[in-house]
Design a protein around this ligand. Sequence first.
Ligand code: PNS
Length: 164
Amino acid sequence: MKIGIYSGSFDPITKGHEDIIRRAAKMTDKLVVAVLNNVNKKYLFSLEERSSMVIESLKDMDNVEVKSFQGLLTEFMEENGIEFIIRGLRAVSDYEYELTMAFANSDISCGKAETIFMPASKQYMYLSSTVVREIANYNGRLSDYLNEHVEMKIRDKIKFQGSR
Ligand code: PNS
């Protein structure tokens, strides 16, 4: 069975992430979507909130499993019998960072973890969770970038933060 992994912070999940996941899931028997919990990173949403938005966005997908992890991606892969990593590539600027990660993941897994790059779809080339959080801060239009349920969650979160 070919099991792939697509990992990220998903703070929050965007239509760009979802596009890669849906395309990658067609090439794998199973795709694990892994939500990273990095204790040193400050997120807008908690791990539970990020995971539940990912689960809701992908609930129609039979071969996708959502999990969360801490620590090294390659260790999580080893523990879960996962052989390859899917990464989306947006503008050329992603390439250097992604290549470094791919080499590092290959090295620390003694060549076991393979990385497959997929180009982002044209309409999501410049989309990121960072851009989405910035637009949300100023109450801008998000419907091209987020599913409705995610948009509601980020609007509530910004409102809640503003009221504190
Ligand atoms: O959404 P992000 O922040 O771009 O996701 C980055 C992610 C989760 C893919 C990456 O930070 C990751 O895999 N972190 C876990 C630690 C790790 O294994 N790093 C690679 C070796 S340097």
